[in-house]
Design a protein around this ligand. Structure first.
Ligand SMILES: [Zn+2]
Length: 290
């Protein structure tokens, strides 16, 4: 399996970091399947750079409905529709509330949808979208890849979810935004890789802005992400959603903090950082409890 960090940014616009989005690519004997987790600012530009089009996605998995994680979901929906020359329904999996958001996005896109249907003879229907709202447990995304979700803790944002994607003995978890919690621990158990959003609490707690202070209690620090990975026996911890933005001179400090409680591999980097996850690198002797 391959993890590509499409967007390593946060709500704060950055010239070189797109919004939160992670691509998990599963290469099977019969086909390659791309699962997109979250659809932040600029996601399709980063996917284009990775050689993946909106029409190539097997499914979109949404961790939660914070705007920075879904900013460009409308672009994924529209671009898949207008660049597919045969019906290519898009499956969007997300927490309860996702259907409402997608319905409203489609409503906002109504003029565009009408223009294109009127203009192109071969576009006769609005974008075909199937929304699957989930809470916990296995999810059938219909592409031969095992996907499981569990609740995370990003309160007061509720509900929020992490996803575990498994194929042929390799398991990758994408946590989204969360503090350490039992749901994430269950999801991560023995996984080969954990992709975790992080903020440097040691820096943010000194920022004299209440709105920044407010973010401390619903995100994990690299130390906390490392402790979660260690508890679950994860092989590789992948950090993303850096607040403040990762810079070349701070990278080692991020890595040091993530490694305080975790002795596995720590991956961090810029947009389009690509990590090949070797099978059976996590602690597979434990049974997943979900
Ligand atoms: Zn969030």
């Amino acid at each position: 399996m391959i993890v590509t960090l499409l967007g390593t940014g946060s709500p704060i616009p950055a010239p070189d970091r797109a919004g939160p989005a992670t691509l998990v690519t599963v290469t099977a004997a019969d086909a390659t399947r791309h699962l997109l987790v979250d659809a932040g600012r600029g996601v399709l530009m980063r996917m284009a750079a990775a050689g993946v089009g909106a029409g190539d996605l097997a499914a979109v998995l949404i961790t939660h409905l914070h705007s920075d994680h879904i900013t460009d979901l409308n672009d994924v929906i529209t671009t898949r529709w207008v660049t597919s020359f045969a019906p290519n329904p898009l499956t969007i999996v997300g927490p309860v509330g996702t259907r409402d958001v997608v319905d409203h996005l489609l409503a906002a896109l109504a003029p565009d949808i009408a223009y294109r249907i009127a203009h192109h003879d071969d576009l006769t229907e609005p974008p075909p979208v199937t929304v699957v709202e989930v809470e916990e447990g296995p999810i059938d995304v219909g592409v031969g890849v095992a996907v499981t979700c569990a609740p995370t803790d990003h309160k007061p944002v509720e509900p929020s979810l992490g996803y575990r994607i498994e194929h042929e003995g390799t398991a990758v978890v994408v946590a989204g935004d969360t503090v350490p919690c039992a749901g994430l621990d269950r999801l991560c158990d023995g996984a080969d890789a954990l992709v975790h959003t992080v903020i440097r609490k040691d820096l943010i707690e000194n920022v004299p802005l209440q709105r920044m202070q407010d973010t401390l209690d619903y995100h994990s620090s690299p130390e906390e992400a490392g402790a979660t990975a260690a508890r679950a026996g994860v092989g590789t911890l992948v950090l993303t959603h850096y607040v403040p933005a990762l810079t070349p001179d701070t990278a080692e400090e991020w890595r040091r903090r993530a490694s305080l409680h975790f002795d596995g591999v720590v991956e961090l980097g810029d947009d389009l950082h690509r990590i090949e996850i070797p099978p059976a690198s996590g602690r597979h002797d434990l049974n997943t409890t979900i």
